[in-house]
Design a protein around this ligand. Sequence first.
Ligand SMILES: [Fe+2]
Length: 309
Amino acid sequence: MELMNIRNNTYWIRGGTNTGLYVFEDNTALMIDVGLGGDRQEKILKILKDNNISVSYIINTHEHEDHIGGNYQIKKEFPNLEIYASKRAKVFIENPDIYLDYLTGGRRSDILVKEVEKYIQKSVTIDHVIKPGDILELKGHKFTIVECSGHTEGGIGVLTDDKVVFLADLMVTENSLKKFDFLFMSDFASQIWSLDNLRNIDFDIAILGHSSGKYSKKETLDIATSNYKALFRMLEFLLNSLNRAKTFDQLIKDFVDKRYLVKNYIAFLEYRNSLNAALAYLLDSDVITYTLNNNMLRYKLRNIDDIKN
Ligand SMILES: [Fe+2]
């Protein structure tokens, strides 16, 4: 792991989750997503020390543990730093148990708590709430908060004045899609909107949360198109499946069977969230409906008889 320059004051530290760094003239920095807690943060702290950089600000793009898990370790080393996040992410970052309840759809089990404790040592307080469209002025430099909702409902990205944009988990690489053909997603409509909105952002280089690549605007828009298509393959799967009424459990089995996805408890809950988000989109668009008979909840295409004829 090393500190690598992207352009002018904008740097990154690559890893399982990438960390963005904007280094100010006084050798203090803004960190964009610190990454997992534990060893990774020890390594990052060493890199910062070796480069004589202290941290003044952190922006958390969203609440997932692989992006925010190390907040506490960085805050402990630099107690005066201020942390920024969206309103929705703030709720989850400050209360990881609420995030786990959300994931479960009811009270979390200790299985989940233990799993996440590995990655988040302690929660931190978010000092400032930010939203897309905001422009932060920090030490004479402007940072524009951009829309990245979809993957999570309050997801944000950060555009630096070097025209580098950090897009976190708004989209995955084409390689990842080839392998898994899946996007973790909490809000289907806003994911489409955020991908579409990329063309309106004035950037030259994009950095994703989980890719070692640096992408030009054209490359970024091409990746966005691939993600867009993947989202519609998900809808296509649902529409084809729901020509007969199906329970959620039937749907998720068919969905996971068709993809090379990791099959563990947490991953399953996350796939369920994504599928629920797509179902909500179709329900709200009046394309599908649900039936509740004999205590069985099923989804199906609307007016299926009309479609058949
Ligand atoms: Fe994420």
